[in-house]
Design a protein around this ligand. Sequence first.
Ligand code: KG4
Ligand code: ZN
Length: 347
Amino acid sequence: MRVLGIETSCDETAAAVVCDDRTILSDVVLSQLDEHRPYGGVVPEIAARSHLDHIDRLVAQAMDEAGIGFEELDGVAATAGPGLIGGVMVGLMTGKAIALTRNLPFVAVNHMEGHALTPRLTDGVDFPYLALLVSGGHCLLTAVAGPGDFQRYGSTVDDAVGEAFDKTAKLLGLGYPGGPALEAAARDGDPAAYDLPRPMRGRAGCDFSFSGLKTAVRHIVDRLPDGPLDYTVAANIAASFQAAVADVLADRARNAIARFQADHPGGTTLVVAGGVAANETLRAALADTAEACGMAFIAPPLRLCTDNAAMIAWAGLERLRIGLTDSLDAPARPRWPLDEPAPKPRG
Ligand code: KG4
Ligand code: ZN
């Protein structure tokens, strides 16, 4: 079984072909970073236009690199949300057009399901498992029992963790995109230099909060002399911020693991996915937490942690093989909670 996946929900235009034996036949990603950098963040209108300019070529390239023709596909999957509506529509319409003209089944994929199912593509993890999804728009802990079968344990009550990294990096003048820049600066800093808050730590439940942490950083920066921040100071703040996030994620994951082990005695794995999962300090903190709780820990390779289309193709493939397809009037959904009831199989 081979599925073409298309991803256009944020600032990466991507197309990929994956096979049900878990091989990635092609995986093409075009980042729009340079187009958004002057604005210090993703500009939705620029993103949508850029997806439109490149998606046809990228799909052709993905098919070419996979070495197969459209007639050898078993389905087409495209991200239908959540994300920036203009971009989502570009990928969704492209996917539908290919499905229609080639008479292939179509799957409308939730971007976060793509992240959540990635460890099955990369490591063959069995259901059920516990997933921590950390990206620019999301921060949530969920039990994953099957495609479309999620039980949310907790999520952020304010900023997503990637958003907190991006905003903090901006405050520190570390450039864009913020997450990788902050991690790089943190390597040169002392994580104990500043005593930053650990929002939610020690509380019952699995929710997150990051806005207080970001505000604490702003107060520190406001008290510093005007002008460009000294790099050593920025590095120390970055390292202290990252250490605080690591503590919070570990604490929340610990609560979620306890709940997961009670709900799913057979489940033994914690996975972390999403763009922020690229962060080595956070990975290490989560790996330690998992080990202390008797769970295995899996984080997909960096390339498959950040946005890509292989994860969308894979999520589509997982849905297809259990008979979950979508009609060609499936809407683009800028907001799309992961844990809403799974749609009934068609036909
Ligand atoms: O999953 P993703 O590629 O796109 C979304 O769906 O949001 O995640 C992007 C987010 C951004 O906020 C980015 O700053 C963050 O992931 N990120 C990181 C790192 N690499 C990317 N955050 C912390 N450390 C990193 N190394
Ligand atoms: Zn993402």
